[in-house]
Design a protein around this ligand. Structure first.
Ligand code: ADP
Length: 541
């Protein structure tokens, strides 16, 4: 007979995280900028009590285990209570991205079969628009108190604080199988309909443990952590779980994500660590440069979601902020890799060290990765060969919600990204496979081109897309938004590439625009750009 280990068997449940924070870091603060306008402060002990009241309230509303409960909300303490109250009672917390088109939101709410939807007051007009198209939602809950409830609304509303006030908090978190579903996120679906990634308690707790480690996000009880990445974007990269898990002070910025508001909150609450997509840091850096500001406590940030331009990494470093470049996706909970340096890298000259930091980095334990060629044959880890990136592990998707077709290839999940891996295991994304530029059968990395362009002092934002070329099939076209008041010509910009990339990688043309469209998660929307420039005639054509 097999000899079994003789240790206690405790299921890995999301409720255990907030219980731990309340018991061992009970007086640690959670500070939130509210949609009502003010700053709200309370503690992990308060948060857990209110999450228990919410779990009771959900029971009273008839929410069953496994049922989906939607949110349309900013980063704030009530949203955090929903994360724990909903998952903790055994239902599924379904965060919906309010920046999507209303039709997509209705599609997602219906596909998920959300029984209730909780929303911040900012999104009342959105709720009034989509509610008639979501007949299965039994109630729309405004996340506010009676005094701030809208005087009138086209949709019957429930009041969040009233739901909580009706409960006494006398509630024990239920114990159940750790493999039960806990939360649901949809990919933004830039092509086709959005698809749902359904996480389990087990996958979420494992991901929280792993992502809190020093070489990943590196969260500690001595940190003050402000997730800029929204709680509706892949669970704010897991920070609402990993921050209470380590017991750090949590600062939630609400709807105010502009440079000035963020800077004020960073300084006032003594934030040490943050995380967000590159476009957010662009806004913050611009505000700081314009007003010659410095950070007093902020020392480390994670940048991910799209490639962090080297110029941005350096600008933050000049402000004494260490940048950890990270990569992941909705289907991966989301964290896969992070770019923390190895001991042998510390003495490298700056330029060489930067090259390593610019990579998306090494896997965290739990994630396994490989790159393969067109035939599925594994490619060498030499930092040069690039191919399709595949991953597997306990917090990586097995199949999409309510879709029986397996997305896996021999047990591996194809990420849709193209990457290199070097001998030390540092992975670098060269492109999303649909963004790569195929010039005469050879591939050009659009990210490399954008990184060079972003380092030009007159460039605010740059996207590199393919444009039709009769001889080469595709050639790179650089689409540029200039910094306010800055001037640069097409010729000057193209000259800037000389010596920085292979000659044949230099774009054939530059198109200056006033704005580059962004996706609902703040990434440059290259699909839209390609449509916009689909009849563009290159001067070289
Ligand atoms: P979406 O933003 O489309 O909703 P995700 O947030 O899941 O979906 O996006 C995942 C994708 O974002 C990855 O497959 C990859 O292409 C891109 N990405 C994420 N992090 C990085 C990074 N650090 N560098 C380059 N690309 C990244």
């Amino acid at each position: 007979m097999a000899l079994m280990g003789q240790m206690m068997s405790a299921p890995l449940l999301i409720s255990s995280i907030i219980k731990h924070a309340a018991r061992y870091y009970g007086s640690t603060e959670i500070v939130s900028r509210r949609t009502e306008g003010d700053l709200h402060r309370y503690t992990y002990r308060d948060c857990e009590l209110r999450a228990r009241k919410l779990a009771q309230a959900l029971g009273a509303l008839g929410v069953k285990q496994g049922e989906r409960v939607g949110t349309l909300a900013w980063n704030g303490y009530r949203h955090l209570e929903i994360y724990y109250g909903v998952s903790g009672m055994g239902a599924v917390c379904h965060t919906v991205n309010p920046r999507l088109f209303p039709e997509q939101i209705a599609y997602i709410v219906n596909h998920a079969e959300d029984g209730y939807v909780f929303f911040d007051l900012t999104f009342l007009p959105l709720v009034e628009g989509v509610a008639p198209h979501c007949p299965n939602v039994r109630g729309w809950v405004a996340m506010t108190d009676r005094a701030h409830m809208p005087a009138e609304s086209k949709v019957p509303l429930l009041c969040y604080e009233e739901l909580l006030d009706a409960q006494d908090g006398n509630y024990e978190w239920p114990q159940f199988d750790e493999n039960l579903a806990s939360s649901l996120c949809y990919t933004s679906g830039t092509t086709g309909n959005p698809k749902g990634a359904l996480y389990s308690h087990r996958s979420t707790v494992l991901h929280s443990y792993a992502s809190a480690m020093p070489d990943a996000l590196g969260c500690s009880a001595s940190d003050v952590i402000l997730p800029v990445v929204p709680m509706f974007h892949v669970n704010a990269w897991g920070l609402p779980y990993s921050v209470p898990l380590v017991g750090a002070k949590l600062v939630l910025p609400g709807p105010k994500l502009d440079g000035a508001s963020l800077y004020e909150l960073f300084e006032q609450e003594k934030v040490t660590f943050s995380a967000g997509v590159p476009t957010v840091w662009l806004g913050l850096l611009q505000h700081m440069q314009a007003n010659q500001l410095k950070f007093s406590t902020f020392r480390r940030t994670v940048i991910g979601g799209s490639a962090a331009p080297p110029a941005m990494i350096r600008a933050l470093e000049a402000l004494d902020v260490e940048v950890i470049h990270a990569w992941g996706m909705t289907e991966m909970s989301p964290l896969g890799t992070a770019s923390k340096l190895l001991a042998k890298h510390h003495d490298l000259p700056d330029a060489e060290r930067h090259k390593i930091q610019e990579k998306q980095g090494r896997v965290i334990y739990g994630v396994d990765m490989k790159i393969v060629d067109g035939e599925g044959k594994e490619l060498p880890w030499d930092g040069k060969a690039f191919g399709d990136l595949l991953v597997r592990g306990p917090w990586i998707i097995d199949r999409y919600f309510r879709n029986d077709a397996s997305p896996l290839v021999d047990g591996w999940f194809p990420t849709g990204d193209v990457a290199t891996i070097d001998a030390d295991g540092f992975m670098q994304i060269t492109d999303r496979s649909k963004d790569v530029i195929k010039s005469g059968g050879e591939w050009i990395s659009s990210i490399d081109i954008e990184n060079v362009a972003a380092a030009h002092p007159a460039v605010h934002m740059a996207a590199c897309i393919s444009a039709y070329h009769p001889k080469w099939d595709e050639r790179p076209l650089l689409v540029v938004v200039k910094k306010p008041g800055a001037e640069v010509s097409r010729e000057e910009l193209l000259q800037f590439f000389e010596g920085k990339v292979a000659k044949w990688w230099i774009p054939d043309d530059v198109a200056f625009v006033t704005e580059i469209p962004l996706t609902a998660t703040g990434k440059m929307q290259k699909l839209r750009l390609r449509e916009q420039f689909k009849d563009y005639k290159l001067p070289t054509a």
